[in-house]
Design a protein around this ligand. Structure first.
Ligand code: GDD
Ligand code: GTP
Length: 379
């Protein structure tokens, strides 16, 4: 049996995602019409013998309750939200709930970051992992040398695919092969995390006995003993020890840290729907709507008139719930997804009045715009 764990973080994380994360936790923000975590969760459905999916985070339980019960029914796989009392780090969060994760006595555990967008080739990863015979297999991808430093960089043996070296967000270039934040482990991962915690405690105690200067930092280390990062604290020290391997994806992969990236990833998922779930895309034959150009998702509650054309236009923009755009108004971004003001974002319940032009701007919730703005943040 196999279980999957998705790390969803909490309200102190995902701050770069504001203002979109003000009213909805970032993992539930819709991409291509589905909550962000819906995409990895539905990919888990393809894993053979999947017993359970856990979401681990420090958001309030009630924020996930509705989604968790509806997705469990839809996929007919139990999905449970497990709340940490405080952030434990990516490995600490998993370790904290080891008893739950091991409940089904799984042979393998998938671990996924919630804020990555890819085709999640999970069954293929599992096959490769079994062939390697290691403790963990990391999904990796080649990126440009200039962008690699935003991620965990690793060096792998070209023949065996073993991870020889791992550094998290290094200042000087190490490798253009990066960690995609998608892993499969054997239950030995829990022993590895436990060993790391024990070694850290031993070091802290040693310092306490031997040197007064270290007292303060050692006490601090003990206080944070259960905060363990998967990348720096676990993966890095295990590189070159014949326990970690890589599986390289040649498909798309992006990280979703900013609202601009959520637009880019929506487009990636919509074009993937063409091949995987074309029923979700608005079709030309659909009499509900006007002419459809490209890959478009229309929410079941939306009404689009057959002749819809109010002479208003929205391009490269995120329009918040309950917002309105007036006649001849223009809401637009350049489509530079990684720039701070490369798209336009209207927060919840923003009204753009007739003929107003909003370009490359962020408008916070509950504003009414009656003059045109460009490259501005409207607080
Ligand atoms: N439950 C829980 N508790 N989840 C957490 C915690 C925590 O204390 N801290 C982070 N997470 C979740 C985040 O929500 C995210 O899904 C995932 O863990 C990783 O977040 P970070 O630890 O902040 O790392 P990162 O996103 O900057 O980088 C990681 O992912 C990249 C791929 O997207 C690293 O592993 C990089 O090496 C990697 O390239
Ligand atoms: P009109 O429809 O009379 O404007 O002539 P047109 O079709 O030659 O205009 P144009 O080529 O400039 O634009 C093509 C269509 O895009 C227009 O029919 C408009 O509906 C729409 N459009 C272009 N620019 C704007 C704009 O700034 N605001 C709005 N609301 N719509 C625009």
């Amino acid at each position: 049996r196999v279980v999957a764990v998705i790390l969803v973080g909490g309200p102190t994380k995902g701050t770069r995602f504001r203002p979109l994360s003000l009213n909805v936790p970032k993992p539930l923000f819709p991409l291509a019409g589905q909550p962000m975590i819906h995409h990895p969760i539905s990919a888990c459905k393809r894993i053979p013998n999947l017993a359970q999916i856990y979401l681990i985070g420090f958001y309030e339980e009630r924020e996930f309750a509705l989604y968790v019960s509806s997705i469990s029914n839809e996929l007919r796989i139990p999905v449970r939200y497990l709340k940490e009392d405080k952030p434990h780090g990516s490995a600490g969060g998993l370790y904290n709930f080891r008893d739950y994760v091991m409940e089904d006595n799984p042979s393998h555990i998938f671990l996924l970051n919630c804020d990555v967008c890819c085709s999640f080739p999970l069954p293929e990863m599992l096959e490769a992992h079994k062939r390697y015979g290691g403790m963990g297999t990391i999904l990796v991808i080649k990126v440009s040398a200039e962008s690699a430093n935003q991620f965990g960089e690793l060096v792998a043996d070209p023949i065996t695919n073993e991870v020889l070296h791992y550094t998290e967000k290094p200042e000087t270039f190490v490798s253009d092969l990066i960690n995609c934040g998608v892993y499969v482990f054997t239950p030995d991962i829990f022993t590895a995390i436990q060993d790391a915690i024990m070694q850290r405690n031993d070091r802290a105690n040693l310092h306490r006995e031997t040197s007064f200067e270290f007292l303060q930092s050692a006490t601090k280390a003990l206080l944070h003993a259960d905060f363990v990062r998967l990348d720096q604290d676990i993966l890095s020290p295990l590189a070159g020890k014949k326990v970690l391997y890589t599986y390289e994806t040649t498909d798309f992969w992006e990280q979703i840290k900013t609202p601009g990236m959520s637009l880019k990833c929506s487009a990636l998922y919509l074009s993937q729907f063409r091949h995987t779930s074309s029923h979700l895309l608005a079709g030309g034959g659909d009499t509900r709507c006007a002419t459809i150009v490209g890959d478009v998702y229309i929410h079941p509650s939306a009404k689009v008139h057959v002749t819809a054309k109010e002479n208003a236009i929205a391009i490269n923009s995120i329009v918040g719930w309950k917002s309105s755009i007036g006649r001849w108004a223009r809401v637009q971004g350049d489509g530079d997804y990684s720039a701070k003001l490369g798209i336009t974002i209207l927060g919840e319940a923003v009204a753009v009045e007739d003929e107003v032009v909003v370009i490359n701007s962020i408008v916070l919730p509950n504003k009414t715009l009656n003059v045109s703005v460009q490259e501005e943040i409207i607080l």
